[in-house]
Every structure is written in structure tokens, then in C-alpha cells.
Design a protein around this ligand. Structure first.
Ligand code: FAD
Length: 446
């Protein structure tokens, strides 16, 4: 049975996140955006309130929530500040590879610490020379006894500057592409780990983004998360579970922009009336709401699939690119409704727009999501309808279905132009495109 009702527990979680967003995130958002600084104190409060790390299983001391609960929490925090939502929920991206791995000892060690102490963990596949093309990474992992030595630079790493632990993807040999990729849990304090300056960004300035340089960083055997050949799959499985959460960022941000635009439209007057009276404003608002609702449905569906143990890869991609692109459109419309004030820093839309513009880029650009979905369609998708050359489109003066005495026994379809020939045999050639009759396929009866 399909049911969109949230349980009492989920409603309580939503309420808690909503109150946290309004009381703790909203007051900090613009101040820290202006300062271009991550407010660690807000992250600590989110940790204390049980909003961070919600998906760590109970056996490691976590709350054991599913992805759906994660999406509910995320939407609320992102509604107040998408940048802080990135900062708060980046831990889940950081530990997701560990969570879905089979490395029990590593889970015991790190997931337990992250659940109980205020520890941050970041996730690093990207490098200065590659982001989308994960298999082209060049950060090197060289065998060193029973462990590895890491050398190279990871780039764009969210929370890298405040992380205690790092999930680092590297390759034993760039020539091997996917087959060479492995993954490690690295501690920030280890010799050879250096963190770069905070990268100045257009938006999401309340989140920290840095480069991480690794020079002869020795990783002991116990901290190998994925051996060569396992790392790429681990990264892709991670994204399949974290992309719906990026979709949830988009839902929250778009919902806020819609609500602010609604509020403004009801108050602002032009040409003797409120701008909310004008149909062009109403249509914009209606379309914003339509987008917010459909975005959320897709995000929840992807989360629901993951929580039921299904492979959420395709729905995750669909939800991510639909929700994040729609959110940017919602921001644009909201800004238009605000007129000139929308373009100022005194109203919330310009920050929301700057913050939201990142969403179709990180964790796989919209183009990458389209590549994944198209690959699925052209590869393993199974059509429900018969193929085109088998489809019985019976048109014209046919004698099959009308019960006539001299009705033809069969219908034949031209493989090129689609002409349907009625007769016991295929025609010698197509009367329309002249292709030979041998190519005709019997489409009726089956
Ligand atoms: C603020 C921020 C935070 C981030 N946080 C993290 C993080 O925590 N960890 C991490 O590992 N990474 C992180 N990233 C990196 C992010 O995931 C990458 O920026 C993203 O994957 C795109 O990679 P790129 O920037 O190298 O662009 P490229 O891969 O160079 O792509 C450039 C453009 O070309 C397009 N393109 C590329 N290949 C194709 C193709 N085959 N067909 C069609 N179009 C294509 C892309 O869609 C894009 O539009 C972050 C990035 C930012 C900006």
C-alpha cells in the first residue's frame, strides 16, 4: 500500500528540525554568509539536538534513522540556510561509504566516535583536475607493507577544514581507471595531511570548502575502506544514497523562496493593487508550489526505495537533477516577484539563489545525472509496450477486425515507413518506400 502519511515519530522529528532551523540556523545564516565562515557552534548545537548523523545505526550509538527521516530533517534546515544544511549533513556523506561497507572494525571505531562525540568526517573524491569523471582521479595510493602511502591533492572538500576524519578515494594506478580506485579513512592529525585555505565561493558561504594535500600519508591496513577495484563502486553506491538528500536541500530552499515570495506579493502594491492580484504573479506562485510538491515526491520516493533495500540509483539521479534544477527556477521566479528588492542583500532571495546554484553541480552535475539516466534507459530499462516493428497499428482499409468474409489472414508491417499490408503473404515491395517485402514483419495475428 502506498502511504504518504508521516508517522508520529517522523512528525516529531520534522517539528524538532523546524524549530531548530528557525531558532538556531536562521539567525546565524546571513551573518556568517557575510563573514564567509562556517559557524561551528551551530553544528555543535545540531549535533546535540540529534539533527546531525541521524542515520548512524543504533548498534554504533546512533539514532538509526532511514533516508526518509534524513530527507525530512534536511528540508527543514535547508529552508533556513542551504549552506548550513550542507555543513550539517556533510557528515552523512563522509561516513556513508563506511556505513555501506563491510568493514566492521572500522565501523566500530569511527561510527561510534562520530555518533557519541562531536566529530566531523568529510568525503573526498574530487581533485583539482577532475570532478565528474571520478575514474580519472590521480591521487596515488602506493602499497607500503600491509598499508598504503597516499600522495596527491583532493579538492572542493566540504568541511575539510573542520574535519577530524576524511574518507579519501585514491588510485593505485590512474591508467587502470575504475579498477584502480580504493578508499581509506584518514585522520586529519596524521603526518602529511595539509588543509588549504577556505575556497571563496559565490554562495554556500556558511559551509567550508577546501583542498586537502596528502604527502606520504601512511594509512595502516585497518583503515583501508576499499581495496583497488572496490572504491569506484563504493563511491557510486554512496552517491545513490546521498543524492536524494541534495534533492531535499533543494526542496527546503525552494519552499522558503516560495513562501517569501508569497508574503511579499501579498504586501507589495503596484498600479493600484497588490501584485498578488495580477495573474502573472499568481501563475509564478502556482508553478513554484507545483515544483516544490513534485520535487519532494521524487526525493521521498528515492529515499523510500533506499530504505526498503532497493537500488535507488536511478530515482536518486532523477530526484537530484529534477529537484535541484527546479529549485534554481523557483529562485529566479521568486526574485522576479521581489523586483529590485529581490536583487538586494536586505531580502533573503539573493542568498538563497546563490546557495541553491551549487545544488545542480556538486555530488554529480545535472549533466552527469542525465548520463546515468540515459545509460539506464539505453541499457537495462525494459519497455512495457511492444517494439515499434511489432506494434499492430491497424489502419486504413483493413479486413481483419470487421468480420468480413474475405478478411485477410494477416497484417505485415514495413520496417522502414511503417505501412501496414493486409494479406496472407508480405507484399513484394512496399508501395510507399519501395523496400523489399522480405523485411516486412507479421504484426497480426501474433
Ligand atoms: C562548494 C562545493 C562543494 C563540494 N564538495 C565536495 C566534497 O565534499 N567532496 C568531493 O569529492 N567533491 C566536492 N565537490 C566537487 C563537485 O562534486 C564537483 O565540482 C562536481 O562533481 C563537478 O566536477 P568539476 O567541478 O570538476 O566539473 P567537470 O567535471 O570539469 O565538469 C565541468 C562541466 O562539464 C560537464 N561535463 C563533464 N563531463 C561531461 C560529459 N561527459 N557530458 C556532458 N557534460 C559533461 C559538467 O556537467 C560540468 O557542467 C564540491 C564542489 C563545490 C563547488
Amino acid at each position: 500500500m502506498l502511504d504518504f502519511t508521516l508517522s508520529d515519530e517522523q512528525l516529531a522529528l520534522q517539528k524538532k528540525a523546524r524549530e531548530f532551523a528557525i531558532n538556531e540556523v536562521l539567525p546565524a545564516a546571513w551573518y556568517y554568509d557575510e563573514k564567509d565562515e562556517i559557524p561551528l557552534s551551530v553544528l555543535k548545537k545540531a549535533f546535540d539536538a540529534g539533527i546531525m548523523n541521524s542515520d548512524i545505526p543504533k548498534k554504533y550509538g546512533g539514532r538509526g534513522y532511514g533516508l526518509l527521516e534524513g530527507a525530512i530533517l534536511t528540508e527543514e534546515i535547508a529552508a533556513a540556510c542551504p549552506g548550513l544544511a550542507t555543513s550539517i549533513f556533510d557528515n552523512s556523506l563522509g561516513f556513508e561509504p563506511l556505513m555501506i561497507s563491510d568493514r566492521e572494525a572500522l565501523k566500530e571505531k569511527y561510527l561510534s566516535k562520530i555518533a557519541k562525540e562531536f566529530k566531523r568526517i568529510c568525503f573526498a573524491t574530487s581533485e583539482p583536475t577532475m570532478g565528474s569523471d571520478v575514474a580519472s582521479m590521480i591521487c596515488r595510493a602506493t602499497k607500503d607493507g600491509d598499508g598504503y602511502l597516499l600522495n596527491g591533492t583532493k579538492y572542493w572538500i566540504t568541511n575539510g577544514g573542520i574535519a577530524d576524519y576524511m574518507t579519501i578515494f585514491a588510485t593505485v594506478d590512474p591508467e587502470q581507471k575504475h579498477a584502480g580506485i580504493c578508499a581509506f579513512i584518514v585522520e586529519k592529525e596524521w603526518d602529511g595531511v595539509r588543509v588549504g585555505r577556505s575556497i571563496p565561493k559565490m554562495g554556500q558561504r556558511t559551509s567550508n570548502t577546501v583542498g586537502i594535500n596528502l604527502k606520504n600519508v601512511r594509512v595502516p591496513k585497518e583503515n583501508v575502506l576499499a581495496e583497488p577495484g572496490e572504491g569506484f563502486v563504493l563511491a557510486m553506491k554512496t552517491f545513490a544514497r546521498t543524492r536524494p538528500i541534495i534533492g531535499a536541500f533543494a526542496v527546503g530552499a525552494a519552499r522558503s523562496a516560495m513562501e517569501y515570495a508569497l508574503d511579499y506579493a501579498k504586501k507589495r502594491r503596484a498600479f493600484g493593487g497588490r501584485i498578488s492580484n495580477y495573474q502573472s504573479t499568481q501563475f509564478k506562485l502556482a508553478e513554484m508550489f507545483q515544483k516544490v510538491e513534485t520535487m519532494r515526491l521524487l526525493v521521498w520516493k528515492a529515499a523510500w526505495e533506499a530504505d526498503r533495500g532497493m537500488d535507488p540509483t536511478i530515482t536518486a539521479s532523477i530526484s537530484k537533477f529534477y529537484a535541484t534544477e527546479s529549485a534554481v527556477q523557483v529562485m529566479n521566479d521568486a526574485l522576479q516577484i521581489f523586483g529590485g528588492y529581490g536583487y538586494t542583500r536586505m531580502y533573503p532571495i539573493e542568498k538563497l539563489l546563490r546557495d541553491t546554484r551549487l545544488l545542480p553541480i556538486y555530488e554529480g552535475t545535472s549533466e552527469v545525472q542525465r548520463i546515468i539516466i540515459a545509460g539506464y534507459l539505453l541499457g537495462s530499462y525494459r519497455s512495457i509496450m511492444p517494439s515499434l516493428d511489432e506494434i499492430p497499428i491497424l489502419i486504413g482499409d483493413h479486413h481483419l477486425l470487421d468480420g468480413k468474409k474475405d478478411a485477410a489472414e494477416a497484417a505485415w508491417r514495413c520496417p522502414l515507413c511503417g505501412y501496414v499490408h493486409y494479406g496472407d503473404e508480405a507484399p513484394e515491395e512496399c508501395p510507399y518506400c519501395f523496400v523489399g517485402g522480405k523485411g516486412f514483419k507479421k504484426v497480426w495475428p501474433k
